[in-house]
Design a protein around this ligand. Structure first.
Ligand code: XIL
Length: 389
């Protein structure tokens, strides 16, 4: 495996097309320079969310709801993003810290912020081996929770959580990170859920989820499933599994590729485009759900890259991911996993690494921000018109 494994721990966009751009006829275009929509025109702005809205895409971020108390953070969030994911606050460990005792405070806060700011929500995540409550894992380990009780608890968890936010979540990551990083890849038999309940737990979760909130788009979410592993083995395995699920009528509606990249590894934007395209060929929506691009830094506080070339590679790889999404019409959202380096999970999980997001530790936009902005601007309005003199 080339890539270091990291600690695995509704309705359509509702956006108006840009008049005159997509509809310009070929003959008109050849006769005279195309009149391009100006992104600074009234009613539009250069924000990521407004540029993306012109082409029916949503740009999102993971959010730490507690950070909404910081006005500068809340302002960037509201101005730049049109879809939000709670980084942790919908995970089972957080919402049910003691059995039968719920804490929805973070999730509630983010969902209402989103509604106040015209943003949609990606729910994350219902079925995952990480960040499970201690009472659950301990109970399973010591035998006080049997496998059939575990199945019942999962069903209850899905109905409780999805029921609470029914109709208010655009996309739900129903299942997260079930495939191995080996070649060939497959569903990990040692996964907490699979080892206790068998691989059928995944389609069951999707069926419950569809009953719990029939309007939500239900996603399978994983990392390195769009060519990042070099061999494409993980993508192949996920693709085959998705085909099976769809053949069996399981309500899987989308695939999320997390998009956690690292400048020290190679990465092919073409491969990512092809992989997203073949998922889309199954009739599925696709999304980039947790994009960040990490690199080695001087320290976790300042997060200055130690390799001068990393300042070029980092925005480049962000741009490659965005271009892959833009090239595939079924790609409905592009979400970054936090927008500021100060809030990123990277320094805490990858020793010596950081600089993984769009804004620096002082919340100033970095070249990666401009890269995404340019990609979106070109996609939305075409290349700026050159005047021949
Ligand atoms: C991360 C969070 O950002 C951290 O705050 C937390 O400590 C661990 O989990 N893949 C996922 C996300 O699907 O849920 C993870 O989020 C990052 C990797």
């Amino acid at each position: 495996m080339r890539r270091r494994r990291f600690l695995a721990l509704g309705a359509a966009a509702g956006v108006a097309a840009v008049p005159g751009v997509a509809t310009a006829t070929a003959s008109a275009a050849t006769r005279s320079p195309r009149l391009l929509a100006d992104p600074s025109a009234a009613g539009a702005s250069d924000s990521l969310r407004d540029l993306a809205a012109r082409i029916g895409l949503r740009v999102g971020t993971a959010v730490i709801p507690f950070d909404l108390d910081t006005p500068a953070y809340a302002a960037v969030l509201a101005n730049q993003f049109s879809v939000v994911t709670p980084g942790n606050e919908m995970k089972w460990q957080v919402v049910e810290p003691a059995q039968g005792q719920f804490d929805w405070s973070g999730a509630d806060r983010l969902v209402s912020f989103a509604e106040q700011h015209g943003q949609r929500v990606r729910g994350h995540t219902l079925l995952w081996h990480n960040q499970l409550p201690d009472w659950l894992t301990t109970g399973v380990a010591n035998g006080t929770i049997s496998n059939s009780q575990l199945m019942d608890l999962l069903e209850q968890h899905i109905f409780t959580e999805m029921g609470r936010y029914r109709g208010r979540i655009w996309q739900w990551d129903v299942a997260n990170e079930f495939f191995t990083d080996s070649n060939p890849s497959g569903i990990n038999p040692n996964d907490f859920w699979v080892s206790h309940l068998g691989p059928d737990v995944i389609p069951r979760a999707f069926r419950w989820a569809h009953q719990a909130d029939p309007g939500a788009l239900l996603f399978y979410n994983d990392y390195n499933i769009a060519g990042e592993d070099g061999s494409n083995a993980k993508s192949d395995a996920v693709y085959q599994w998705l085909q099976q699920m769809l053949d069996q009528g399981v309500p899987v509606m989308g695939v999320g590729n997390q998009g956690h990249l690292d400048t020290q590894f190679g990465f092919s934007g073409e491969r990512m485009t092809q992989d997203l395209q073949r998922y889309a060929g199954l009739g599925l929506k696709v999304a980039i759900t947790e994009a960040d691009v990490r690199t080695f830094v001087n320290n976790a506080t300042a997060q200055v890259p130690t390799d001068n070339l990393a300042v070029f590679a980092q925005p480049y790889e962000f741009g490659q991911m965005m271009k892959a999404c833009l090239a595939v019409p079924a790609c409905i959202s592009f979400t970054v996993w936090g927008f500021g380096d100060a809030d990123s999970w990277i320094p805490g999980f990858f020793t010596g690494e950081g600089y993984a997001t769009l804004y620096d530790v002082n919340l100033n936009p970095k070249p990666a921000f401009s890269e995404l902005q340019q990609d979106l601007r070109l996609a939305a309005t075409g290349a700026p018109r050159r005047v021949h003199t």
